[in-house]
Design a protein around this ligand. Sequence first.
Ligand SMILES: Nc1ncnc2c1ncn2[C@@H]1O[C@H](COP(=O)(O)OP(=O)(O)OP(=O)(O)O)[C@@H](O)[C@H]1O
Ligand SMILES: [Mg+2]
Length: 255
Amino acid sequence: MGKKVIEIENLFVELDGITVLENVNLTVNEYDFLGIIGPNGGGKTTFLRVLLGLVKPARGKVRIMGNPVEKNRHLLGYVPQYAVFDRSFPISVEEVVVSARLARKQGIRFSNEDYRIAASALERVEMLPLRSRQMGELSGGERQRVLVARALAVQPRILLLDEPTASVDSRFAAGFYELLRELNREMTLILVSHDISAVSSYVKTLACMNRTLYYEHSRELNREMIENTYNCPVDLIAHGIPHRVLPPHDGVVGS
Ligand SMILES: Nc1ncnc2c1ncn2[C@@H]1O[C@H](COP(=O)(O)OP(=O)(O)OP(=O)(O)O)[C@@H](O)[C@H]1O
Ligand SMILES: [Mg+2]
């Protein structure tokens, strides 16, 4: 077992007087790759925001590498679920990525080292050739890659990704998961996604979040876990490989 990088005990979160997360308990070890799936509104994004110190828990303990969130949030890289860009806002790809370095410094001037780190992050997501492009001139998938580069420019120990493949095509998604596999050699990953089938073949551990966290120390989904979370019947798991087969049932529009 590796070092514990995230420890959560008895976490409760309330938003607008409503309990959004309740009694979440989780330990993530260094170099783990945790996938979190769950229905819309299940609390996945809120959970990541708690780790980032953007949402205060009503109750419970959250530790990042042994310290309270405020002390260690610089160890976290974050790729948000929705990146709303004003397309007319003049900012280049390189500027977006290097701006991640601001969190690490006192002044506002970037050093050559900052630009070197930004370039290397862009290289990893194959966006270096477009470094001078305006953000408003990128496709959705290209923008997503830039946001991953931005998170990497923080040089995080833990990378949080919220639906990072939502707007990328399947070719890029496959390459993207390979990139995550590579990054996972250097850092701990937590990936939130709706796409059970994509996630489950890459992550090491899978959890379901629906108000609370259902957590197994294996990547294999089991029916009970999914049914508890989604509250719907699922046919899956053949030879350890989950299939995305959701039989029609109330509340879900079948295809
Ligand atoms: N700022 C807020 N104030 C009040 N309620 C909120 C706020 N943010 C989120 N919620 C509510 O908290 C619940 C969990 O939302 P959250 O965004 O964490 O879900 P999610 O699992 O990320 O969903 P999705 O799959 O749609 O992204 C939802 O019911 C949502 O309406
Ligand atoms: Mg979300």
